[in-house]
Design a protein around this ligand. Structure first.
Ligand code: 3DU
Length: 217
């Protein structure tokens, strides 16, 4: 996935038509659109194909199964038009590797969840993040997911991950700021509700892109 504005739109809407309309409306302001279970379960995989006509699609299914199932999940979403998948890292080497191998066969990218942005994340995943980052790096993952709303942890992930790409959710409703996250080491920012719940989604996206520091060449 190419980095341009630095903004990724999380289209967590059950209404597929609305997701497509907003994506079209802000298409020049975003690097990709991220789809998750809500939109896929409500609209089917067809929505991946439809969105991929406008924009690079990241399938955020937080894939976390045994390797042969991970392969099938990846194959299905890549065949539907996704350019990247997000998988969990806590499942360990073989499960992540299954995603990366499938992605390589299908010219897709894999981003691995290193840490999460909700308060309970401290309880489990944060203890494992250093090892997850090492495995993701050794396997050649395209990048990591780490929280924008916890700049200290984000800085730590940045340090540990050296120059791996970091995509950061947690901006806006979850309390994080785009500028702070970029300064802490994020490469691209993932935003959902602050865009799709805004009265003027384009205006909201413009403001975030400004905060990221993107200037139109
Ligand atoms: O809070 P928002 O509405 O901007 O949505 C954030 C998106 O990022 C959403 O799709 C969610 O699944 C994803 N995400 C997190 O919020 C936190 C994580 O740790 C990982 C992914």
């Amino acid at each position: 996935m190419q980095k341009n504005t630095g903004l990724i739109f999380a289209a967590d809407l059950e209404n597929g038509r609305r997701a497509i309309n907003i994506t079209n409306e802000i298409s020049d302001l975003i690097d990709a659109v991220k789809v998750n279970y809500p939109i896929i379960l409500s609209n089917g995989l067809q929505i991946v194909e439809e969105l991929s006509r406008t924009k690079t699609v990241i399938a955020d299914l937080k894939i976390a199964d045994v390797p042969h199932i991970n392969r099938k999940i990846c194959r299905n979403v890549f065949e539907a038009g996704a350019s990247a998948v997000i998988c969990h890292g806590f499942t360990g080497k073989n499960s992540i590797e299954a995603c990366i191998e499938t992605a390589n066969q299908m010219y897709g990218d894999v981003y691995v969840v290193a840490e999460m942005s909700h308060p309970d994340a401290e309880r489990f995943i944060h203890h494992a993040s250093k090892e997850i980052i090492n495995i993701a790096s050794q396997l050649g993952a395209d990048g990591l997911i780490a929280p924008a709303n916890d700049p200290k942890r984000l800085q730590k992930v940045r340090k540990q991950s050296k120059n791996m790409r970091i995509l950061s959710p947690g901006v806006g409703v979850q309390g994080g700021g785009a500028k702070t996250a970029i300064q802490a080491g994020a490469d691209q920012i993932i935003v959902g509700r602050s865009i799709y719940d805004h009265r003027e989604p384009r205006q909201a996206a413009e403001k975030i892109v400004q905060d990221i520091g993107y200037t139109n060449p």
